[in-house]
Each structure stands twice: as structure tokens, then as C-alpha cells.
Design a protein around this ligand. Sequence first.
Ligand code: MN
Ligand code: MN
Length: 299
Amino acid sequence: MNDDILEKMRRAGTIAGEARELGANMIDEGVKLLDVATEVEAYIVRKGARPAFPTNLSINEVAAHYSPHSTDKLVFKRGDLVKVDVGAQVDGYIGDTAKTVEVRTRNWTNLTGASAKALTMATEIVGEGVHVSSIGGTIERAIRSEGFVPVTNLTGHGLNCYNLHAGLTIANYDDGNTTRLKEGMMLAIEPFATNGAGEVRNGKPGNIYRILRDREVKDADANRLFGRIKEEFKGLPFCERWCTAIEPKAPAHLRTLVRHGILFAYPILAEVKGGMVSQAEHTVVINNGRGEITTRIGV
Ligand code: MN
Ligand code: MN
């Protein structure tokens, strides 16, 4: 694989991994989600990278896509099962990584262990020539062997420069995908385990957005914000907090841009039966035929 790209993937991965650990270690009873997200993202910038997407802090049956609002008062509670999902990028090359932590209880150790074990086993088989479906099959077997089910409509994904979901879709079960991994491929593997039905559905918007279409709206202020969004986030997902830091009236402009089909507001994804959900994620590059984990640090 290209040395310059590999170097950027390793830097982004290391910083994302460190930021994940920083976030996970901050989480405690009474701590604000907003403070954790802000610290995680400030750490990434301090280390010379940029966030690749807003810090996701998703609790209990919520599997993904909650990021605190700029005025968010929500605090972690005893017993919360928290998925910390963090992204860092260096010149567009992304480290995407997640882990699950429980706030002051140990009720869900087996569930958290199931997604972690699935990730370990999946990363062990990754390499040039491996079928994408083998990754999913390995994940499903690992999770089921612990007495849980995988979330089948959440997937791992390919990564590319300034592209968080490029090409490959890596299911968390054997989906029969006979595509083979190739040298230089960059992918995020992210098993989700649950004691519910194994599916998530869309809930309310969780403050995270992406660009759907690049076109003008009549509202000049909304247009100006859209220009800044393109400049600052370069097509990667972003959140209300980051926009409000640029422009205090951003929440109103974001609503305008969503209404005109220019932005997409990601819904919160919650387990359909209200099951508890755990997640583990690493970014992997296929380098010299082998899968190299870029986001493994202090696990
Ligand atoms: Mn992630
Ligand atoms: Mn991911």
C-alpha cells in the first residue's frame, strides 16, 4: 500500500484510538455528554488531526448517531451502557473506532464482551483475498456463541479519502458477499451485539448531518452557513455544535437546509425491541497482504 497514505492512516488511527480511550475514561455518573464530546474532539485537534465525524455517545438501546447538542444538559447515569464512537482524519484519511463502557455497574459485561470478541476474531481473519462475507460470518458466530444476536442492519464499511462510507459494506452476519479484500483497502469493522431482536430503527434526529445535494437556497444566511460547512467539513458528517460555533443562528439555518433537501439529519438508531446494544470498532488497512489495525491503542 502507498506509504504516504499508510502513514496518514496510522496517524489518524492512533489519534482516534487515544481519543476513544480519553472519552471512555471520562464517562461517569453525573458527567455531561457534551463535556465528553467536546474534550474528545479538542484532543483530536490538539494532536494535529481533525474529527472525521461528531463524537457519538449512544446509550442503552440506542446503537448509534446521538451526538450532544450545543445546549445539551444530558448526563450519564449509573447503569448506562455507552457506545463511544470516535473519528479522526489526517488529510482526509480516517480512523474510525468505538468501544462500549458501562457506568458504575457490571450488568452488561457479557454483552460488551460479545462485540469485543467478535471484533477481535474478525480482525484476526482479515487479509488480502478474504471474502467480505467471512468477516460477517465470523462476527455472527462470535456474538451468538456468547448468547446474543448481531444487529443485522448496521454494518462496517469501506473508507476512502474524505469518504466515511466508501464502497464496501461489511455485514455483521454472513451475507454471501463474495467480494475479496484487496491490497490497500481501508475498512472499518464494527460488530454490534444485542439481547433484543437484532435490528435497529430510525428515531428522532440526533444532531448529526451530512450533505445530500450541493445547491443554493434563497435564504442568504443559510447559504453562507452552507458555504462554511463545505469548506470546514469537506463532505464528512458534522453536527449542530460545530455549526453553532461558526454561526450562533446555525440551528435555524440547519432546519432550512434540511427542509430544502440540501442536508440530511441522521436519525438516532435504536434497537427495535428496546434491547441493550454494545459495539466495538476498529479501522483496518490491508498492508502487505495482512490486515493492520490502525486504531488499536491502550485497549
Ligand atoms: Mn464508528
Ligand atoms: Mn464506522
